[in-house]
Design a protein around this ligand. Structure first.
Ligand code: BES
Ligand code: MN
Ligand code: ZN
Length: 496
């Protein structure tokens, strides 16, 4: 993927030879800065009803008269981040099925493009080009499209520098999102805990990250009774992956990301219904987002220390599987009554959350496809954010807003924890149907007293069902922005 800035003012656009122009027009034609053949064509198309002046409406023109470009796509949008990304995505979707090998994007409105626009165009480009082929080599040949340039007024040097920074960030985030999508899309039999650990090792090798992987024995020695209870029903050995990016002084407290890595969730003995159970291969979306974020951060090299932790195993029913009512002892020493073996995410996470105390973290964020209840509460737009720490919550929300990878804060009042009480252990692993995403978060909170902590429930945002079935790579953009913000000097206390 080749992405760059092209100093080229609107009066030069028609004379620029390129396989494709993607010209983004604001809805008000009086504000258009395009001139000559492009302006004539656009005005004519509007006059004849071929281009409606509404967000994301577009017109594709093959071999446009008076232009050196082989193709022209006109697409309407104002400069708001969402509209801009939507317009670019729509334009690229139209060009993806063309023979164009490169595209130049030009903004015809009066305002200047900034770093955010550059970043969003880059990530939209990567999203448009990604095709899953690991177990489907027959998938349609990759689009010819491989190069993207953003046309910028050649006189504005400051803008050029800002946009270049946005492109670099976009490229790194895109690579992280693509990695997360690829890893999460792989079926359970092609992405076992062992294979996930191999992916992490390859990532570490390629990008100079530190890595350590604990096996079942090491976990048992430590006393990770909750994680091992989930893993015991599967023939696939569990893995506990620790990745490390050292960008700051050794003594600087690290940011820690913990990703749920259930490579397949059958529900265990509390087995799930058959319909759509295949989608539970995505139950390692949190883990995939940790890998993707480590990938992006390794490329951008911010001055921050970052640790990525991935507890990973399968949740299977079996003669050895953990049973409802079993009581296990977590790494924290708290005993847990496993009333529902399908609430397994919180069991592997709680041991990971205790494990990371050793890093004396500046902040810990866990990311998990944790509850169906979160999907009911928030749908597929916002990830659920839970934290008792207002400043940390604000910085995560801000990172989500700026990257268009948004989260919505949910409550975490202790009163909700009532249902987690157990007659036979310190805590039960489920709290009833009401407020299920909140009780899950409150279960995790019990293990996070030693540091500042936030939890992202990505059950509704990590993948899409239906026609566009597949991983989204979320929340890699949010997490990458969050980590970069910490390096920029703003501790999680300084909200954005
Ligand atoms: N991985 C699921 C959560 C999930 C469900 C994500 C549907 C996306 C779509 C999790 O392990 C789970 O099974 N949670 C249970 C918890 C319940 C037993 C308290 C759930 O949400 O039903
Ligand atoms: Mn489950
Ligand atoms: Zn699960």
């Amino acid at each position: 993927m080749d992405v760059r800035a092209l100093p080229l003012s609107p009066e030069d656009w028609a004379g620029h030879a390129t396989p494709a122009w993607l010209v983004v027009l604001p809805a008000d034609p009086k504000t258009w800065r395009v001139t000559g053949a492009i302006a004539d064509l656009a005005h004519d198309a509007v006059r004849h009803g071929d281009l409606e002046l509404k967000n994301a409406k577009l017109l594709y023109v093959h071999r446009p008269a008076g232009l050196k470009a082989q193709r022209l796509v006109l697409v309407v949008a104002d400069l708001g981040a969402k509209a801009w990304r939507g317009a670019v995505a729509a334009g690229l979707a139209a060009l993806k099925s063309s023979g164009a090998s490169a595209v130049v994007i030009g903004w015809a409105g009066p305002e200047a493009l900034d770093a955010q626009h550059a970043e969003l165009a880059t990530t939209a480009f990567a999203d448009a080009l990604y095709t899953y082929r690991h177990t489907k080599p027959s998938a349609p040949a990759a689009a010819a499209l491989g190069k993207l340039a953003l046309a910028l007024d050649k006189t504005d040097k400051a803008q050029l520098a800002e946009v270049r920074a946005g492109l670099a960030r976009g490229k790194a985030i895109a690579a992280g999102v693509t990695l997360a999508r690829e890893v999460a899309n792989r079926p359970g039999n092609h992405c076992t805990p062992t294979q996930l650990a191999a992916q992490a090792r390859a990532l570490a090798e390629e990008h100079g990250l530190g890595i350590e992987v604990l096996d079942r024995k090491a976990m048992a020695r430590l006393g990770m009774g909750a994680l091992l209870a989930v893993a015991q029903g599967s023939d696939e050995p569990p893995q506990f992956i620790v990745l490390r990016y050292d960008g700051a002084a050794r003594k600087a407290a690290p940011i820690v990301l913990v990703g749920k890595g259930i490579t397949f969730d059958t529900g265990g003995i509390s087995i799930k219904p058959a319909a759509e159970m295949d989608e539970m291969k995505f139950d390692m979306g949190g883990a995939a987002s940790v890998l993707g974020t480590m990938r992006a951060v390794a490329e951008l090299k911010p001055k921050v220390n970052l640790i990525g932790v991935i507890p990973t195993c399968e949740n299977m029913p079996d003669g050895r599987a953990v049973k409802p009512g079993d009581v296990v002892t977590s790494l924290s020493g708290q005993t847990i009554e496993i009333l529902n073996t399908d609430a397994e995410g919180r069991l592997i996470l709680c041991d990971a959350l205790t494990y990371v105390e050793r890093f004396k973290p500046a902040a810990v964020v866990d990311i998990a496809t944790l509850t169906g209840a979160c999907v009911i509460a928030l749908g597929h737009q916002h990830s659920g954010l839970f934290s008792a720490d207002d400043a940390l919550a604000e910085s995560l929300l801000g990172a989500g807003r700026r990257s268009l990878d948004s989260a919505w804060r949910m409550p975490l009042d202790d009163e909700y924890a009532e249902g987690l009480k157990s007659h036979f252990a310190d805590v039960g692993n489920v709290g009833g149907r009401a407020g299920g995403a909140i009780t899950a978060a409150l279960f995790l909170k019990r293990f996070t007293a030693a540091y500042r902590w936030a939890h992202l429930d990505i059950a509704g945002t990590a993948w899409k069902s239906g026609a566009a079935k597949g991983s989204t790579g979320r929340p890699v953009p949010l997490l990458t922005h969050f980590v970069l913000d910490q390096a920029a000097g703003s501790s999680p206390t300084s909200a954005t």
